[in-house]
Design a protein around this ligand. Structure first.
Ligand code: ADP
Ligand code: MG
Length: 827
């Protein structure tokens, strides 16, 4: 743009635009619209689906201010950052309206509740590489949660990022190539990451001399990332950060590590079939958003320490012993809103009287909750306080149904402030005086149709229809002529109008000030409120887990420091709830380091192998989350990591190089599993030719047994693998029972000792609806193959030889000695 064409307003705009990073869109308030200009307009118009126009060759587009929230939401969801410039002076002729950037909204720093999902946290993260250490810091700006962690390798950092799924991720602009591809990443000023200034910034923010008290003295890369986040919030987004009150170190050693692929394969949080089909979906009976968010965090970060887990289990057990108390606690929790985010908003100078009211209502339920928890006889989350004085003050101050708007009055209750009451009665009296005026004037003038009216331009006026103009008294002053009436004012009316409007204005202003005082009062208790919110979240999660345990018959697991795992009648927590056509069949599991560390599970497709092995992983994970488990009995030797791999053939959504992905993931297991890990392998090695796949599967199994010694469940189609049991002490074979009946296959869903005899592929294909002629043809090919391959050295190990060794019967029926249940036996 050439300088001479700049109007003063455009000059103001340009200056503001220059103060912002290039990729931030500037929404510039112009009367009733937010306008965008130049490239911002070009970027935003298609996202918002609004018209791109031009004025004086300047491209522009705009959205009405009253609907701005929805448009801003669209931009933020499209990954844009949005700066809002508000008018800060009243328009007056000949003067340019002052404007200021009120806030910059970015996906990772949202506090507006309509833009947030209340069931999940919303993280802004930063990563920093220092030597070999990868530091991660994470802020949920809506609540004030601020955590840091350090990782020794990229894979672990990637896994944690997959758990936290930050909406925005800052990387030092000097380290862009150091991290590979990370979702939601954006470069940020490298200076902000420098360890010393970063530490200093944090120390200043928390008013401490060192960060040792937060447990991050020895975590310089994490501290650098944390400092960068604070820098970004304060200096770039211009956000108040008072509610960030402490820094919490997440120590990896305390958590059961679940890598990104395992998290997906176990359907912990997300599933292609929706939340209902996830572990979170089944366990979540929380009543508050804080609880829902915490449960999610617990599932993604199970614990390795027994002590906190024992406490969680004790608490759930106590609730189950006194179901009446449980239901009373849950009733109290039901009334509690999102204290965490409400307080977060209020402490940042946002929020409204409804937030204050929600807070008062929520806190009002705490005394009952405290009393009920007191009856349980077990310790509960620390930090729960009821704030009776604050609640009282909010309740006596706030109106019954306060409005969302801060400037229109109606927030404060009558009788709370004498000054406000007086202003209100002034305005009320004035209004009734005006209302009475109409009657008086009708009598005085004899004009029955005379009306006293109000509009924003003229204020109060008297309206008289044209036919009665002759009767208008002399003391009326004409203001406006309409089509069939005239409008008048009188000195008395104007005087009263001043009183009314003046009083109304002052009342609104006073209400706003009273609101600010109340908000300040809340902020004084900020830290204690945050602790209370955290305590409620924990109590809510545990009450929810108790409720789930009660509803679904979950039991308390016994935790051990061993490599045993003994489950009696275990069930898959999710499938058992979602199965509609059959009843879920429970199964036992026994891992014993002496004879059954590596368990090989064979059986036809659709028999229930994948379900069973996941069920074992989920029960273990639930136990270490603090939940009760779907079984009759469970003794869980605690694990340090859980791996769950699914072979390529089962994982169609992942693109072409599935075999490569599968092998990468397998490598990760072999490199990271310890003797305390639990490894679930589902059909690995299937993404390549049979011999390759079998060889890889074989070598992996050997390594897991011989070198690592972890508990492993290996579901496989490679029946050859079952031979491992012959040569290895702690390998045990299992199969999923099926029965054949008239050429049909019946799935019994029972896990039995021993290897499966054959694959039943043709029977399963028939179930799937393959045309009958094809089934018949396949059967005859199969028997032909079997006959031919059964002759030469069937003993020698090799896929064909072994696979086909049974079932020589012409009809393709199994040999009589097959390890199946008898048709008329017990289910
Ligand atoms: P596989 O991995 O052996 O092919 P899956 O574990 O995928 O078999 O199970 C196939 C289907 O069988 C599941 O979707 C479920 O409907 C059913 N199923 C599996 N296990 C059970 C069980 N224990 N009880 C009842 N139904 C089951
Ligand atoms: Mg399977």
């Amino acid at each position: 743009m050439s300088a001479p064409t700049l109007t003063p307003m455009m000059a103001q705009y340009q200056a503001m635009r220059r103060s912002l990073p290039d990729d931030v869109l500037l929404l510039y308030r112009l009367g009733d619209f937010y306008e965008m200009f130049f490239d911002d307009a070009k970027t935003a118009a298609p996202i918002l689906n609004v018209a791109l126009t031009k004025r004086n060759a300047v491209p522009m587009c705009g959205v009405p201010y009253h609907a701005a929230d929805a448009y801003i939401a669209k931009l933020v969801r499209a990954g844009k950052r949005v700066a809002i410039a508000e008018q800060t002076s009243e328009p007056s002729p000949g003067k340019i309206v002052q404007r200021e950037i009120a806030r910059i909204i970015s996906a990772g720093s949202i506090i507006e509740s309509h833009l947030l999902d209340d069931q999940r946290p919303n993280y802004l993260a930063a990563v920093f590489l220092l030597g070999k250490s990868r530091g991660l810091a994470c802020v949920d700006h809506s609540t004030g949660e601020f955590t840091v962690a350090e990782f020794a390798d990229q894979a672990q950092l990637d896994d944690e990022l997959a758990r936290l799924t930050p909406s925005e991720l800052l990387i030092s602009d000097e380290q862009l190539s150091g991290f590979g591809h990370l979702p939601a990443a954006q470069p940020y000023d490298g200076y902000a990451f420098l360890p010393d200034p970063a530490r200093q910034m944090l120390c200043d923010h928390f008013s401490v001399h060192s960060l040792d008290g937060f447990g991050c003295a020895d975590a310089p890369s994490a501290v650098a990332a944390a400092g960068a986040i604070l820098h970004y919030l304060v200096h770039q987004l211009r956000r108040p950060c008072d509610h960030l009150r402490s820094l919490k170190m997440r120590e990896n050693g305390r958590h059961v590590l679940i890598d990104a692929a395992s998290q997906r394969n176990l359907d912990l949080i997300d599933s292609r079939s929706g939340k209902k089909h996830t572990l979170l979906g089944v366990l979540d009976r929380t009543k508050t958003p804080m609880g829902a968010r915490l449960l999610r965090d617990w599932i993604l970060h199970p614990l390795r320490d027994r002590e906190p887990l024992d406490k969680r289990h004790d608490f759930i057990a106590a609730l189950l012993e006194q179901p009446f108390i449980l239901s009373k606690c849950r009733e109290s929790l039901q009334g509690i809103r999102d204290i965490e985010r409400t307080v977060g908003r209020l402490s940042q100078g946002a929020g409204n009287a409804r937030d204050l009211q929600a807070l008062a209502i929520s806190l009002g339920h705490i005394p009952a909750l405290q009393e009920d928890l007191g009856c349980l006889g077990v310790p509960h989350a620390k930090g729960l306080r009821a704030f009776p004085d604050l609640v009282d003050h909010l309740q006596v101050s706030l109106a019954e149904e306060p409005p969302a708007n801060l400037k229109d009055g109606g927030m404060i209750r009558d009788g709370h402030s004498p000054e406000l009451d007086e202003l209100r009665s002034l305005s009320r009296d004035g209004k009734s005086w005006i209302a009475k005026l109409q009657e008086d004037e009708r009598k005085r003038t004899g004009i029955d149709s005379l009306k006293v009216k109000f509009n924003n331009v003229f204020g109060y006026f008297i309206e008289i229809t044209s036919s009665k103009l002759a009767k208008v008294p002399d003391d009326y002053t004409r203001k406006q002529t309409m089509a069939n009436c005239e409008r008048y004012i009188t000195p008395a009316l104007k005087e009263m109008e001043n009183k009314v409007l003046g009083a109304e204005e002052r009342a609104k202003q006073l209400e706003y000030e009273l609101f600010l005082q109340l908000r300040l009062e809340v902020c004084k208790e900020l830290e204690a409120l945050q602790h209370t919110a955290a305590a409620i979240a924990e109590i809510d999660v545990l009450c929810g887990l108790a409720e789930t345990a009660q509803t679904h018959g979950h039991v308390r697991p016994v935790l051990e420091d061993s490599r045993h795992l003994v489950i009696t009648n275990g069930r898959h927590p999710v499938l058992e709830q979602t199965l509609v056509e059959e009843k879920f069949v429970p199964n036992d599991t026994t891992f014993d380091p002496a004879d059954s560390l590596l368990q090989i599970l064979t059986g036809p497709n659709m028999a229930g192998k994948s379900t069973y092995i996941r069920q074992v992983a989920l029960i273990t994970l639930m136990a270490q989350t603090g939940a009760f488990v779907p079984a009759e009995n469970a003794v869980v030797g605690m694990v340090d990591r859980i791996f769950c791999r699914v072979g390529a053939s089962d994982d169609l959504s992942r693109g072409q190089s599935t075999f490569m992905v599968e092998m990468n993931e397998t490598a990760l297991i072999l490199n990271h599993a310890t003797d305390r890990s639990l490894v679930i392998l589902d059909e690995i090695g299937r993404g390549t030719a049979t011999f390759d796949g079998l060889s890889i599967a074989w070598a992996v199994a050997e390594h897991l047994h011989d070198v690592i010694g972890c508990r492993t469940l290996f579901a496989t189609h490679y029946h050859e693998l079952t031979d491992l049991a012959n040569t290895r002490a702690a390998v045990a074979n299992f199969n999923v029972a099926v029965r054949e009946w008239n050429d049909e296959i019946i799935f019994l869903r029972k896990i039995l000792p021993g290897a499966a005899d054959k694959s039943y592929g043709i029977q399963v294909a028939r179930l799937a609806g393959l045309p009958k002629p094809i089934i018949e043809r396949a059967k005859s090919i199969l028997s032909h193959l079997e006959l031919n391959s059964a002759k030469p050295d069937a003993k020698k190990q090799g896929p064909k030889a072994k696979n086909m060794k049974q079932g020589q019967d012409q009809d393709g029926m199994p040999a009589a000695n097959a390890p199946q249940l008898d048709l008329f036996g017990e289910f």
